[in-house]
Design a protein around this ligand. Structure first.
Ligand code: AMP
Ligand code: MG
Length: 313
């Protein structure tokens, strides 16, 4: 333990425990971190970044052992982790059945992206916090990824409880993302590791297109979104007896589910994936959703629901 890193790491861990957002240094780029197990905290990431859709986030942990509590590692996944962790590689693997990372951080998928970062300050934060940290790059959607702490402060100002300064990011590129399903590895995103370096360990990597053709039904090989089995009807005002309603806002006392009775979009985002699953589990003839304003996080919620409605037709 480096004593000079202990104090900032402890403050960051305390902010994460409170459900606040924290700017965190990693060797790839600076991350916008939140407690990955707290859906409300993760919803704040999407709100702060202004992302128009929910994409799955990378969960950061201190060690391979911690990662194995969240994801299922095949021998090939373990080989890649042992070769490149800690470092700029994110591995997408099936979620453990009892994975504590919230549905929103995984965009409702049954796979999870995991990384063990090398930056010493980030390592101290992860060890002090003791739980996974969801952290996409700390920039507003559509802007370049920040590689120094000052850029993070410029980007988010007082939306962040704290920005830890770990100096300039050594790699300066996002992590490479590799999905591993059994003995097949697919390169989803190039980043801080070359294809050659990865293939020296994993053998030839599939491209997302090739792996989709080879195994169209295998989840996690490509980015497949969770779609409910039941048809989804949007902008509804009432539900039939065989249908299940997911409401938003006040005035829906009879609804089985309400994303946020007070009409709070951050709370609604935090509940969205879990409520879709719970509604679907009741085997209704349809899931009906009441109108949701398309401002702020409402845009990403609408995008997700529109996909669910399309899939189910
Ligand atoms: P970021 O957290 O913004 O650095 O980006 C995360 C990257 O990992 C994006 O390219 C995601 O699409 C990808 N990713 C994260 N989780 C998954 C997953 N479960 N399946 C496929 N891709 C994922
Ligand atoms: Mg990014």
């Amino acid at each position: 333990m480096d004593q000079t890193l202990l104090e900032p790491a402890t403050s960051a861990a305390a902010a994460l425990v409170r459900g606040d957002l924290v700017g965190l240094p990693t060797e790839t780029v600076y991350g916008l971190g939140a407690d990955a197990t707290n859906a409300e905290a993760v919803a704040k990431i999407f709100a702060a970044k202004g992302r128009p859709h929910f994409n799955p986030l990378i969960s950061h942990v201190a060690s391979l052992e911690a990662a194995e509590a969240l994801g299922v590692f095949s021998p090939l996944a373990r080989k890649l982790a042992e070769a490149f962790w800690p470092g700029p590689l994110s591995l997408v693997v099936p979620r453990q059945p009892d994975c504590i990372v919230c549905d929103l951080a995984c965009a409702g998928l049954d796979t999870i992206a995991l990384r063990v970062p090398a930056h010493p300050l980030m390592q101290h934060v992860l060890r002090a916090f003791g739980k996974p940290v969801a952290a996409p790059s700390a920039n507003v959607s559509g802007r370049p990824s920040p590689t120094i702490a000052a850029h993070v402060r410029e980007e988010f100002g007082d939306k962040l409880a704290l920005v830890l300064d770990g100096g300039p990011s050594a790699v300066g590129l996002e992590s490479a993302v590799v999905a591993v399903s059994g003995d097949q590895a697919t390169l989803l995103r190039l980043g801080g590791l070359s294809r050659e370096a990865l293939e020296a360990v994993a053998g030839p990597l599939l491209s997302p297109d090739a792996s989709a053709k080879a195994a169209p039904a295998s989840p996690g090989m490509v980015l497949r979104h969770y779609a409910p089995r039941a048809p989804v009807r949007l902008n509804a005002s009432s539900a039939e007896a065989t249908e299940v309603m997911i409401a938003f806002g006040p005035g829906y006392e009879g609804a089985e589910f309400n994303l946020s009775p007070s009409g709070d979009l951050t709370e609604a985002a935090a509940q969205l994936f879990a409520m879709l699953r719970a509604a679907d589990a009741l085997n209704p003839t349809a899931i009906v959703i009441t109108p949701i304003p398309e401002t702020g996080l409402g845009e990403a919620i609408a995008d997700r629901l529109a996909r669910a409605a399309e899939r189910s037709c």
